[in-house]
Design a protein around this ligand. Structure first.
Ligand code: NAP
Ligand code: ZN
Length: 351
């Protein structure tokens, strides 16, 4: 077994503490990644605090993992020692069901081995995520990362990047369209960058007036403060596509009303409370309300290659692991600009 170090929480109310655990020895198709950076996703917070009522403790969160490949198993072909590798939200799946065959591993019909707060394919062994020194993963579930980009800024692409890229592609967002991004946090700011790169006219809907200059620097064309619903009235029926990234319960109807005929709104944020949708909000203009969950391995690689080509990364604030509690507090207060990323070097500096 490989000795790993990380930070874990022991329960919904507990604080992060240093945590020692074991990673499995390398199998023939496994690689060992020395983790350099791990992004802090709001899903980490939801799960560390058991807001989705499915938490397994102790929990080492983290599913935006980037690092250097330190070792490869005997049959590994995609990676060699020294390459940069990434791991996103899952580390294995059955590989035989319809969804796995179609590259939608995230919807594996048998078992999805989540990167943390889950179990391996034996459905027993707990998985531990990227707030840690290293990870062992099957090469088929690791992503290839370009050396050319800033690795700390690439890490959030593994979740925030793919979660916003996938629905933008599925709904064929393109030049000439009006796109709304609701919530300017980790996912939202990636949604802005990606939609702008696809040629769309992008409007940010935000509860934080102070984020307007940032939104415009990210490439957004318009910025609407949602605290005053009157600001939305002139925009009714004007949008082709809206991506809702908000992490807390909020009114969906006011955004659905902004969609034009056959327009679509996709929910990616996962508040802990259900939303109320009026039939009138969707029957008018033949509107569509859909959801989207991360992306499969082929599409995640496609997104990483797209971002390398278009020079797209995340805007990050790098922190030592010891500052994780503060990062959570600030994220919950919507005070993140726009993704916290943990520098794992800080872990090795601990005695
Ligand atoms: P984040 O960085 O905290 O951003 C969320 C943003 O939502 C905030 O910055 C804020 O933007 C807005 N917001 C927060 N509370 C609000 C409220 N009460 N009313 C209105 N707006 C509010 O979070 P994230 O990491 O981007 O994640 C967003 C959500 O997506 C989380 O629920 C997360 O679990 C989920 N997620 C889903 C997937 C998936 O596959 N579907 C993948 C990853 C994450 P403003 O300041 O601009 O208002
Ligand atoms: Zn995430």
């Amino acid at each position: 077994m490989i000795q790993a170090k990380g930070y874990a929480v022991d329960g919904p109310e507990s604080k992060f503490e240093p945590f020692s655990f074991e990673r499995r020895d390398l199998g023939a198709s496994d690689i060992l990644i020395e983790i350099h950076y791990c992004g802090v996703c709001h899903s980490d917070i939801h799960q560390a605090r058991n807001e989705w009522q499915n938490s397994i403790y102790p929990m080492v969160p983290g599913h935006e993992i980037v690092g250097r490949v330190a070792k490869v198993g005997s049959e590994v072909s995609k990676f060699k020692e020294g390459d940069i590798g990434g791991v996103g939200c899952f580390v294995d799946s059955c590989r035989t069901c319809e969804n796995c065959n179609d590259g939608f591993e995230q919807f594996c019909q048998k078992h999805l081995a989540l990167t943390y707060n889950g179990t391996e394919m034996d459905e027993t062994t707990p998985t531990f995520g990227g707030y840690s020194s290293q990870i062992v993963v099957d090469e088929n579930y690791a992503l290839k990362i370009s050396e050319k980009q800033n690795l700390a800024a690439v890490a959030p692409l593994l979740c925030a990047g793919i979660t916003t890229y996938s629905p933008l592609k599925r709904f064929n967002v393109r030049a000439g369209q009006r796109v709304g991004i609701v919530g300017l946090g980790g996912l939202g700011h990636m949604g802005v960058k990606l939609a702008v790169s696809m040629g769309a006219d992008v409007t940010v809907f935000s509860t934080s007036p102070s984020k307007e200059p940032d939104a415009r620097n990210l490439g957004a064309h318009n910025f609407v403060v949602t605290k005053d619903p009157q600001n939305l009235e002139p925009l009714v029926g004007k949008f082709d596509f809206i991506l809702d990234t908000v992490s807390a319960a909020h009114d969906l109807n006011m955004y659905l009303n902004l969609l034009r005929t056959n327009g679509a709104m996709v929910i990616v944020g996962v508040p802990d409370k259900p939303a109320e949708v009026y039939a009138f909000s969707v029957i008018g203009n033949n509107r569509m309300l859909a959801g989207s969950m991360i992306g499969g391995i082929p599409e995640t690689q496609e997104m990483l290659d797209y971002c390398a080509k278009h020079n797209i990364t995340s805007d990050v604030e790098t922190i030592p692991i010891q500052k994780i509690e503060e990062a959570y507090e600030r994220t919950v207060k919507a005070d993140v600009r726009y993704r916290f990323v943990i520098d794992m070097q800080s872990l090795s500096e601990e005695v």
